[in-house]
Design a protein around this ligand. Structure first.
Ligand code: DSN
Length: 431
C-alpha cells in the first residue's frame, strides 16, 4: 500500500486540529492525571533544546554545546528544591515511570520484594509486577487495604513489613483520595532497613500549594513524581530526596542506567510552571480541593454512589464514583465521552478482579479549575453527568450544551501569558 503524501499531510494537520478543538475547547476534561500548561509555558516549550543531548550530570557532561541547557537544568533543580523543601532533586527522568524505575534500579536487586497498594485501590502500573518492577525481576506484594478508611491498613501493614522485610514500601498511587500514612509506617520501614518511597505524581501540585502533606517533610526517604497532573507542567518526571547517599545511587540509575537524553526542551516550561506554582500554587490548590468536594457532594445529592462519603469524599483533586448499578465504568465513561465529558473508568477496591468489569469512574477537577471553573460550574458538571447516566438522556443533546458551557472557560488561570512578561504574541494552538 502506498499513501498519497499530500492527503497524508493534510490528514496529520486535520487530526491535530480536531483533537485540539475537541479536548482543549469543547470538552469537560476530568481525567485526573492530565492538565494544560499556561500560555507562557506552552510558548517556551518549543525550543532548540528539543534536538540536543547533554548526557551526564550538571558540570560533568559528555557533550559540548550544553552551557544554556546546564544553566536551565540548574535553575529548574533549584526551583524544585525550594518549592518542595528537598535537598536533592533530579529533574532528568522523562516520566514518572522512569523516575520510579530509577529508584528501584538503584536500591534493589532482582528477587527483592517491594510493597505497594493493591491495583484496585489505585496502584500505578509502575508499582506493580506487570510494569517496571516485573521487568527488574522484583516481587511485588500488596500493602493491606482498609475499605472503610479508603486507605492503607496501618496495623496490618506494619505487621507485614516486619514479617516480610521488603526493600521498598511505596505509598501514593493513581487513585488517591486521602494522604497515605507516611509517618505511621516509617519506623517499621526503617527497622527492616527498607526505603519509604512516596509517588506524588497525582498530588504534586497540591503539595506545592500546601493543601496536601509534603511526604518528604513527614520523613519519606524518596519522593518521585511526574510533572503534569495537579502540577500543571509539561509531561516529565522528577525525583526528590534529602539523603545524599541514596541520591548518588539514584542519579547513576537515571544516567547511564535508564536515559540517554532528558528531553531538555521541557525544562523551560517546567521551570515556568514551578515559578507559577510558587506564585499561584496555594490559590490554585485550594480551589482544586474545594471544587472536588463540591463535585462529590453534588453528585451524591443527585443520586450517584460517590465513594468515601464517611470520610468527606476526598481531600485531593479526585472524586470516585461507583457506577456498578449504572452499567459499570466502561459503559458509563463511553456514554459521558459522547457528551464530551472525558473521564477514566477505574477499578474500585471491592471489585473482584481487576481484569473484569470495572465498577468505578475516577474524576479529577484540576484541569477545569485551571480554566477558571468554581463551585457553580462543578454543580453544572454534576448535573450534566446525571442527565446522561441517571436520567438516561441522549448524550448528543447534552453534548451541545457542554460545548456552549465550555466556551465560557477557555482562558487559563493561575499561570502566565507571554504578554505578562512583555512578549507580544497572540499565542494559540492549531484549532
Ligand atoms: N496511569 C496514569 C493515571 O491516569 O493515573 C498515570 O500515569
Amino acid at each position: 500500500m502506498s499513501l498519497d503524501i499530500d492527503s497524508a499531510l493534510s490528514r496529520v494537520l486535520d487530526l491535530v486540529k480536531v483533537h485540539n478543538r475537541w479536548r482543549r475547547l469543547e470538552s469537560i476534561n476530568l481525567i485526573a492525571s492530565e492538565n494544560v500548561m499556561s500560555p507562557l509555558a506552552e510558548y517556551v516549550y518549543l525550543n532548540d533544546m528539543e534536538g540536543r543531548y547533554a548526557e551526564g550530570t550538571l558540570g560533568n557532561r559528555y557533550y559540548q554545546g550544553t552551557k544554556y541547557i546546564d544553566a536551565l537544568e540548574g535553575l529548574l533543580t533549584d526551583l524544585m528544591k525550594q518549592l518542595f523543601h528537598a535537598k536533592f532533586v533530579d529533574v532528568r527522568p522523562i516520566s514518572g515511570t522512569i523516575a520510579n524505575t530509577a529508584v528501584y534500579a538503584a536500591l534493589t536487586e532482582p528477587g527483592d520484594t517491594i510493597f505497594s497498594i493493591p491495583i484496585p485501590a489505585g496502584s500505578h502500573i509502575s508499582h506493580r509486577a506487570t510494569g517496571a518492577p516485573g521487568v527488574l525481576r522484583l516481587k511485588v506484594m500488596n500493602l493491606p487495604w482498609n475499605n472503610d478508611e479508603f486507605n492503607v491498613d496501618i496495623d496490618k501493614s506494619i505487621k507485614l513489613i516486619r514479617e516480610v522485610k521488603p526493600k521498598i514500601v511505596i505509598l501514593g498511587g493513581s487513585v488517591y483520595l486521602f494522604p497515605h500514612p507516611v509517618r505511621e509506617l516509617l519506623d517499621a520501614v526503617h527497622e527492616v532497613n527498607a526505603i519509604l518511597l512516596h509517588d506524588s505524581a497525582h498530588v504534586l501540585g497540591l503539595i506545592a500549594g500546601r493543601v496536601f502533606p509534603n511526604p518528604l517533610e513527614l520523613g519519606a526517604d524518596v519522593m518521585t513524581s511526574s510533572t503534569h497532573k495537579t502540577f500543571p507542567g509539561p509531561q516529565g518526571g522528577v525525583i526528590f530526596t534529602n539523603n545524599e547517599e541514596l541520591f548518588s545511587k539514584i542519579q547513576r540509575a537515571v544516567f547511564p542506567g535508564l536515559t540517554s537524553n532528558y528531553h531538555h526542551h521541557r525544562y523551560a516550561a517546567t521551570a515556568v510552571t514551578a515559578i507559577e506554582m510558587i506564585k499561584f500554587g496555594e490559590a490554585y490548590a485550594k480551589q482544586i480541593v474545594e471544587n472536588a468536594r463540591t463535585l462529590a457532594e453534588e453528585l451524591h445529592a443527585l443520586g450517584f454512589n460517590v465513594v468515601a462519603e464517611n470520610k468527606g469524599f476526598t481531600s485531593t483533586h479526585q472524586v470516585l464514583v461507583d457506577v456498578a448499578k449504572l452499567g459499570g465504568g466502561a459503559k458509563s465513561a463511553a456514554l459521558l465521552e459522547e457528551a464530551n465529558i472525558i473521564v477514566s473508568k477505574t477499578a474500585l477496591p471491592w471489585d473482584k478482579a481487576f481484569r473484569g468489569e470495572l465498577s468505578g469512574l475516577r474524576l479529577g477537577v484540576q484541569e477545569m479549575t485551571r480554566f477558571g471553573m468554581g463551585k457553580d460550574e462543578m454543580k453544572a458538571i454534576a448535573e450534566f453527568m446525571a442527565r446522561v447516566l441517571i436520567k438516561g438522556e441522549d448524550p448528543d443533546n447534552v453534548r451541545k450544551e457542554v460545548i456552549e458551557f465550555r466556551r465560557e472557560f477557555t482562558m487559563i488561570k493561575y499561570g502566565f501569558h507571554p504578554k505578562d512578561v512583555g512578549i507580544d504574541v497572540d499565542l494559540r494552538i492549531l484549532v
